[in-house]
Design a protein around this ligand. Sequence first.
Ligand SMILES: [Zn+2]
Length: 250
Amino acid sequence: MIVDCHVHLHGNGETPAANVDFRLKYADRLGIDLLVCSLGESLRRQPTAQELELDNAWGMEAIKHCPQRIIGLVYASPNHVDKSLQLMERYIANGPMKGLKMWVCRRCNDPNCDPIVEYATELDVPIQQHTWIKSTGNMPTESTPADLVELARRHPAAQFVMAHSGGNWECGIRTVSHQPNIAVDVCGGDPEAGQTEYAVAFLGAQRVLYGSDASGRSFASQLAKVIGAEIPDSDRRMILGDNAVRMFKL
Ligand SMILES: [Zn+2]
């Protein structure tokens, strides 16, 4: 079982279904079974409440097109707390979505994230939080791994997946290593050797997940980080699928 825990349904067709079909064509070549998807309709960094509705409706259409293989995350924004909670109730509490995506609306240590994280904890679903440490400087509203540690300390019962391992993954992985409710995905960035081994060494394999960030990156280049890693096959199985199955309750 291979689960790609970080996929976007954007940029390959005019409809959710077209994007799903395009992704699945390549997923089939590589043996990827399930795609955990978010951010479709727009890739808006600062969506209005209405745009959040549209984006999540797009995700719902994608799930309906292929419910056996498309897993949805609610796109939540700390700029629109009430709307985010409403969408979580509609799409997670009442099904079928399995977690949250938070991107770059505000830095994730912002207090406005607290009610969203509290509800996710109550629903017992994980939160995929974008993080990056950019050499050229982050966007003002873009989270770093240290921001996520602040949020995760405030919510020890919540489960986070730190997207991109923080971009600068050596620094990002070390930053979250002592915060047990933060797992990482290896997606995005160049397919550098050593990333997966480094994450396993600092976090243990049970806190590392395969993801691609398609369409920003290809399935194959990101899968290679795990397939080519010098780790035991039992660790590889956890990273490729078992951890995602457990965390997202697939
Ligand atoms: Zn992404």
